[in-house]
Design a protein around this ligand. Structure first.
Ligand code: SF4
Ligand code: SF4
Length: 129
């Protein structure tokens, strides 16, 4: 049976080191959500990725994401796909030590429904389990 990781909104993944990569459409949606022209949004909230091949979200001095507001994501309705996809569609060894998502054993149909709900993607189970 497939395992769905049910997010507990602990926000650990918004605090650990790394880059939240942004696509051009995501930048447009985020800028619109923040009611800023794209150029201003880019100057204020993004930085060049370490591979210099695109933009990622800035971090605060303490390392957490610039959009983490207490225990909430300030851009939740338009948060980047990379954020939406974790931890069910991408993951890394040892993530479970910090991520408090609860594993739920589900039918394939229910797994697919929950993943679609969490990520907006309709994915084939066999690619990830
Ligand atoms: S955009 Fe939101 S969900 Fe993504 S890392 Fe920042 S605070 Fe977390
Ligand atoms: S670390 Fe895991 S449980 Fe915590 S907010 Fe991120 S995905 Fe959810």
């Amino acid at each position: 049976m497939p395992i769905f990781l049910e997010c507990q909104r602990c926000t650990a993944c918004c605090r650990w080191p790394g880059q939240v990569r942004l696509t051009d459409p995501e930048i447009s949606r985020l800028a619109s959500f923040k009611e800023l022209p794209e150029h201003d949004f880019i100057q204020r909230y993004t930085r060049l990725r370490s591979d210099r091949r695109g933009l990622s979200l800035q971090e605060k001095p303490n390392g957490e994401c610039v959009f983490l507001d207490g225990d909430n994501c300030a851009v939740q309705p338009v948060k980047p796909q990379q954020c939406r996809d974790f931890p069910n569609l991408w993951n890394f060894p040892g993530a479970e030590k910090s991520c408090r998502a609860i594993p739920r054993e589900l039918s394939e149909a229910e797994w697919r429904r929950r993943v679609r709900e969490a990520t907006g993607r309709d994915v084939e189970l066999r690619r990830f389990c």
